[in-house]
Design a protein around this ligand. Structure first.
Ligand SMILES: Nc1ncnc2c1ncn2[C@@H]1O[C@H](COP(=O)(O)OP(=O)(O)OP(=O)(O)O)[C@@H](O)[C@H]1O
Ligand SMILES: [Mg+2]
Length: 256
């Protein structure tokens, strides 16, 4: 059985001023198996964040159902860790306290929080920066704090919305390597939003290509490439060509 099951989901945002609705998602169905790494790929405004927010439980579908582990999703839960585009850290707390914030909410004492945080700080390669504040770190390091914070909750599912969008190419490639290592180590299931074709092919076990608004899934492509993936290989570029052909708008037939 699929871990995440999205069944005929539509999301229409009402617009009382214009008396119309924006169809952000139109009859989207997709299943994600346990341990898969699925990339949601599509142009700006196609509904990627909308779909991720539905899985996170920040929002509810207008039609259809979203299930995780068989349960219909209506609100956020500790089974789903979210990593945002901006890491949304608490600037007044040092790295380790940001990572362990979930434990503080649960009333767990400082010594245990500190100890538990360490494992995830090391997993994302931030040892030595435990007592630094977010303002003293680079963008990529802050993003890793956000990932460590999500991992500490030990979620079954990690939801990531363009987490590396603001990073330079080199840092992004390093983060891809780290993320694949973490994904394997934590044996989690990842849903990763991106508009980068290369990024989706560097990471995903599957790429779900979405069409421009109203958002639909054009194709769910299983990616059969060895890791680490070589973006210059013929096979990689065959996938890329296929995805490009899906993303290109339909040719306008009759100009005359
Ligand atoms: N809360 C909202 N209220 C009204 N319309 C919304 C809301 N959230 C999203 N939309 C609309 O839904 C559509 C899809 O938005 P969404 O944020 O999901 O796109 P996206 O694929 O994540 O784009 P991007 O790559 O730019 O982040 C857009 O047309 C947007 O205007
Ligand atoms: Mg978005």
């Amino acid at each position: 059985m699929a871990l995440i099951s999205i069944d005929h989901v539509s999301r229409i945002f009402g617009d009382s001023n214009r008396k119309t609705g924006i169809v952000a998602l139109d009859d989207v169905s997709i299943d994600v198996g346990r341990g898969e790494f699925i990339c949601l790929l599509g142009p700006s405004g196609c509904g990627k964040s909308t779909l991720l927010n539905l899985i996170a439980g920040f929002d509810e579908p207008s039609q259809g159902t979203v299930r995780v582990g068989g349960q219909v999703i209506r609100r956020p839960g500790a089974d789903r860790g979210v990593v945002f585009q901006q890491p949304t850290l608490m600037p007044w707390l040092p790295v380790w306290e940001n990572v362990a914030f979930y434990l503080k909410m649960q009333g767990i004492g400082k010594a245990i929080r500190r100890e538990k945080a360490q494992r995830f700080i090391e997993m994302v390669g931030l040892q030595g920066f435990e007592n630094h504040f977010p303002s003293e770190l680079s963008g990529g390091m802050n993003q890793r704090v956000g990932i460590a914070r999500a991992l500490l909750m030990n979620p079954e599912v990690i939801l990531m919305d363009e987490p590396f969008g603001a990073l330079d190419e080199q840092t992004k490639m390093d983060m891809h390597g780290e993320l694949i290592r973490i994904w394997r180590e934590s044996q989690s299931t990842i849903v990763f939003v991106t508009h980068g074709i290369d990024e989706s092919l560097a990471l995903g076990t599957h790429v779900a290509v979405m069409s421009a608004r109203p958002g639909r899934i054009r194709e769910l492509i299983p990616i059969d490439l060895d890791r680490p993936r070589d973006p210059t290989s013929t096979a990689f570029n065959d996938y890329k060509r296929h995805i490009l052909s899906l993303l290109r708008p339909e040719p306008v037939k009759d100009w005359a």
